[in-house]
Design a binder for this molecule. Structure first.
Ligand code: KPL
Length: 295
């Protein structure tokens, strides 16, 4: 297949390299201005991929969007005139809220959502390390996207394990809940994920998850409060040595994904007339930190 990866950061580069090795024609769209970009995964042979070539987009069967949530809409806006209406758009990022907008701006394209637990680290612009074996879930967002379950095999052949999830929004909500609990707290306190297992964070995590669970229940999810707790503490343990993406963004004075994580939760809470004061407080704290860089 002809596959374009939009946003070859750590996860995008991991997929671009793996899909290329699986025999697909892979091209990149990135902030870098060169026509071609070298890419190396771990110690494997480096490859060279086309970059920012409108012809790659015009011929693309799949556009895999791996930019962070705040960049999804601006990045797609620039490319949309070159995108074929049959091209399958796959969104793979932390947070929620972009799919609604993409579906309305690209009403004819099949839209698929993805979430992955693979770990990847960009060592330099052209080198990426696969730091943690994980799995990926894909699922349709619109009716054309629902017919794209064959993508499970395409993606699994490149980077297993991959599952097709008929209820992908449930998987994205669970990931959102995990991110609401871990990301702002680790960014504000500048701690690794594992430190959230300390007794001192227990009451705050408890309140955050009570609120998140209420919103999830109103959204129709059937996960119990205890199951949610187990999922969150499992991720805290499994990623104990990691700095969350928001922690890294805040350290590097990059705008975080807070609007698409806690911000999305708050918006949904308001839709259901629910109060989520602990999440609001963290949202405001992250916003204050971000504002302090510009004032
Ligand atoms: O998704 C993550 C992130 O950092 O954004 C977690 C699961 C919290 C792992 O660090």
């Amino acid at each position: 297949m002809n596959i374009v990866v939009l946003g070859p950061g750590a996860i995008g580069s991991l997929w671009a390299y793996s899909l290329h090795q699986a025999g697909h024609t892979v091209a990149l769209y990135s902030k870098q201005e060169h026509d071609k970009l070298p890419l190396q995964l771990d110690g494997n042979t480096p490859i060279t991929l086309a970059n920012n070539q409108p012809v790659s987009l015009q011929n693309a069967d799949v556009l895999l969007v791996t930019v962070k949530a705040p960049q999804v809409i601006p990045a797609l806006e620039v490319l949309r005139s070159d995108l074929h209406p049959d091209c399958i758009v796959v969104l793979m990022h932390n947070g929620m809220g972009t799919a609604e907008i993409v579906a309305s701006r690209l009403p004819n394209n099949p839209l698929v959502l993805a979430t992955t637990t693979h770990g990847a680290l960009r060592q330099s612009r052209h080198q990426v390390l696969h730091t943690g074996q994980g799995s990926t879930q894909l699922g349709g967002y619109n009716s054309k996207g629902n017919q794209c379950d064959f993508l499970q095999q395409v993606f699994a052949h490149a980077l297993p394990d991959v599952y097709w999830n008929e209820n992908i929004l449930d998987a994205l909500w669970l990931k959102l809940a995990i991110n609401c609990a871990i990301n702002p707290l680790t960014a504000i306190h500048q701690v690794k994920n594992g430190q959230l297992a300390d007794e001192a964070f227990k009451p705050t995590l408890h309140q955050l998850l009570d609120e998140v669970h209420q919103v999830m229940t109103c959204e129709g999810l059937t996960l119990s409060r205890n199951e949610l707790n187990t999922h969150v503490y499992n991720v805290i343990q499994a990623t104990a040595e990691n700095r969350s993406s928001m922690h890294q963004d805040i350290c590097h004075h990059r705008l975080s994904e807070i609007d698409f994580i806690t911000g999305y939760l708050i918006q949904k809470a308001h839709d259901h007339q629910l109060d989520v004061p602990s999440n609001e407080a963290l949202y405001q704290q992250i916003k204050r930190i971000e504002k302090s860089w510009t004032s």
